[in-house]
Design a protein around this ligand. Structure first.
Ligand code: FES
Length: 116
């Protein structure tokens, strides 16, 4: 029997505010999501269960850029994150805040370790 890992969905906040308030987009979220996707792709089958998606504001703006990871219903849902019930987004299995590009390799290692 094949031992499949549960799906894991990582939401990356991409919100950019134009009014001066903090936002993940203004703190490099585009570079973060690109680096995250590249690192996960490089891990091949070991990370094939991980899906990285851009998202709306995840209500942690002061601590951005923010990554939230979910298994279960949220990971399996075809519903875009901007339509998910707010309460589902308040209880992530994985949270990374104030993320920088140079942290991405360690973050992917940690995710794979937590999810193995
Ligand atoms: S702008 Fe990213 S959490 Fe709000």
């Amino acid at each position: 029997m094949q031992n499949r890992k549960p799906a894991l969905r990582i939401f990356t906040c991409m919100k950019t505010r134009m009014d001066g308030r903090p936002s993940c987009g203004a703190k490099g979220a585009s570079e973060i999501i690109a680096a995250l996707r590249e690192k996960i792709e490089n891990r091949g089958l070991a990370a094939a269960h991980i899906d990285v998606r851009p998202s709306r504001c995840l209500d942690r703006c002061e601590d951005g850029p923010v990554l939230l990871g979910f298994t279960g219903f949220v990971a399996e849902s075809a519903v875009p994150p901007n339509r998910l019930d707010e309460s589902l987004l308040r209880d992530p299995q994985i949270t990374f805040e104030r993320v920088s590009v140079d942290q991405i390799p360690a973050i992917v290692d940690k995710i794979l370790g937590l999810n193995s």
